[in-house]
Design a protein around this ligand. Structure first.
Ligand code: UDP
Length: 255
């Protein structure tokens, strides 16, 4: 099962256009089906990387759902003539998911981030949603042996939703490699979301989010991220090239 709707491609990556509520309904359907589904939250940096990384591109295009995580991909969808209705930021999707999971009894597992962070995120989520079932947590710096133990724990815990916070593209590769054998209905790469849920990192103020400047706030918080922001102008140029090509093709008279 995957998301239906117009097919949008940004630098060769599929992008779906669900609203936040629509994405949560799809997650409900994925869980009900019992079969494994990968969810990708696409931002400009990941799309640019995928345009040069065939495996990542393939993972994105095979995913059950690809949501517009960043302002860059929302902008690109407009320029390419197939706008998504709204940005569905990974953090908002996870917040909505936690609220819905508490109501519906979906079981979550949090994997990734520095030692202690997933556990803190779990405590803070439970303070907000006491009925939420979080079947386990693990940090994201495991040795190969510890990772094998984690896989065994996951098979036992049998969560409905696995949130993987290893950063992109590591989390997308990890999910792709393990999802089938784990048989978890929903696995989603969530980047720095556990850090936000744990209160280790704060989110940009609403006005910055509205202006599409969340990336700038994140760079101000952690200047090491500046290197990653350099992908943004490259993304813009490449999307501009894609839009131009599409227009030239459309303007050509039919043979
Ligand atoms: N991380 C991890 N293991 C690793 C590398 C990174 O658990 O080997 C975590 C890191 O601690 C952070 C998250 O992955 O919590 C990456 O967050 P970031 O904001 O960089 O995500 P991205 O923007 O790449 O999606």
């Amino acid at each position: 099962m995957s998301c239906t709707g117009p097919v949008r491609r940004i630098l060769g990556c599929r992008l779906d256009g669900p609203t936040l509520a629509g994405a949560l309904d799809l997650i409900r359907d994925f869980i009900a089906s019992g079969r494994p589904h990968q969810i990708v939250t696409l931002n400009a940096e990941m799309a640019y990387r995928a345009s040069e990384d065939a495996l990542l591109r393939d993972i994105i295009n095979r995913a059950a759902l690809v949501t517009p995580d960043g302002a860059g991909v929302v902008w690109a969808s407009r320029l390419l003539g197939s706008p998504v209705p709204e940005r569905v930021a990974g953090v908002d999707l996870v917040e909505g998911l936690a609220a819905r999971a508490a109501r519906e009894g979906w079981r979550l597992f949090l994997y990734g981030a520095a030692p202690g962070v997933a556990e803190k995120a779990r405590e803070r989520l439970l303070a907000r949603y006491p009925s939420l079932a979080i079947t386990g947590t693990a940090h994201g710096y495991l040795s190969p042996a510890e990772e094998r133990e984690l896989l065994a724990r996951l098979r036992q815990a049998r969560p409905d939703v696995l949130l993987v916070a290893l950063g992109s593209p590591r989390q997308e590769y990890w999910i792709d490699r393990h999802l089938k054998e784990l048989g978890i209905p929903v696995a989603m790469g969530v980047g720095g979301t556990l850090d936000v849920l744990a209160g280790e990192v704060s989110r940009a103020p609403r006005w910055m989010q509205r202006l599409g400047l969340e990336w700038l706030y994140r760079v101000a918080q952690d200047p090491r991220r500046v290197k990653r922001v350099l992908a943004l102008p490259k993304f813009i140029l490449k999307v501009g090239g894609q839009a131009l090509k599409a227009r030239i093709k459309d303007a050509r008279p039919a043979p």
